[in-house]
Design a protein around this ligand. Structure first.
Ligand code: TYD
Length: 208
């Protein structure tokens, strides 16, 4: 796995996890905490609100139908657009970028149906994050959190979330071993405050 290194002054931080793991809450808290320390921070997410992200949202909400392969290609294309238009320019300005989901989502979600080597190749021009935090939560707990917001097919979802979590752990380990990337697994079954503290401690070595 060879991904380009971030040589800019700004640090690139990615937060990952299965649906319901608290990604948007924790990304927002981290931005708030770093900002309060006087660190210039930019918060962003994938899929983006850009042109490719728009097509992805149509597919995610089942208003259009696309194959798993097309999903994978669009997520990777959305990421390149995101890097070029938002992430890299901010890093160049010396601003820390916190990104809610990145290529590990591609590897874990699309990786349950598709060939991992192909998915990695699709993303080979995407910058390696300086730190990746995986919010590890019991799929049963995610399911409970999500059920309080909407009804889901319980067993089907649970089984899928468990598979995605396994893929995440597999690919994070592989990428951690093969690159110099900093990868931290945070126990996200804990309280919001505790998880936020753990994330901050995990990224402290790269943020001064
Ligand atoms: P999500 O973070 O839930 O977006 P929103 O909060 O706007 O609904 O992301 C949408 C879904 O897209 C989520 O289930 C994970 C999935 N996804 C992939 O399958 N592959 C990817 O590469 C990315 C970035 C997301």
């Amino acid at each position: 796995m060879v991904f380009p290194q971030n040589i800019n002054k700004g640090k690139f931080i990615v937060i990952e996890g299965i649906d319901g793991s608290g990604l948007s809450t924790q990304t927002a808290i981290l931005k708030e905490r770093l900002t309060s320390e006087g660190i210039k921070t930019y918060q962003t997410k994938e899929p983006t609100d850009g042109p490719v992200g728009g097509v992805l949202r149509l597919a995610l909400t089942k208003r259009i139908s696309i194959t798993p392969e097309t999903f994978a290609l669009l997520f990777a294309a959305d990421r390149m657009d995101h890097l070029t238009k938002e992430i890299v320019p901010k890093l160049e300005e010396g601003i820390a970028v916190i990104c809610d989901r990145y290529y590990f989502s591609n590897f874990a979600y699309q990786g349950i149906d598709l060939d991992m080597d192909w998915l990695i190749k699709l993303n080979c021009k995407a910058l390696l994050p300086d730190a990746t935090i995986f919010l590890d939560v019991d799929p049963l707990e995610c399911e409970k959190r999500r059920e309080s917001r909407m009804r889901v097919e319980h067993f089907e979802e649970m089984e899928k979330l468990s598979k995605i979590r396994e893929k995440y752990l597999e690919v994070l380990k592989q990428l951690g071993d093969e690159t110099k990337a900093k990868i931290e697994i945070v126990n996200a079954n804990n309280s919001i405050e505790q998880v936020a503290d753990d994330i901050l401690s995990a990224i402290r070595p790269i943020i001064k």
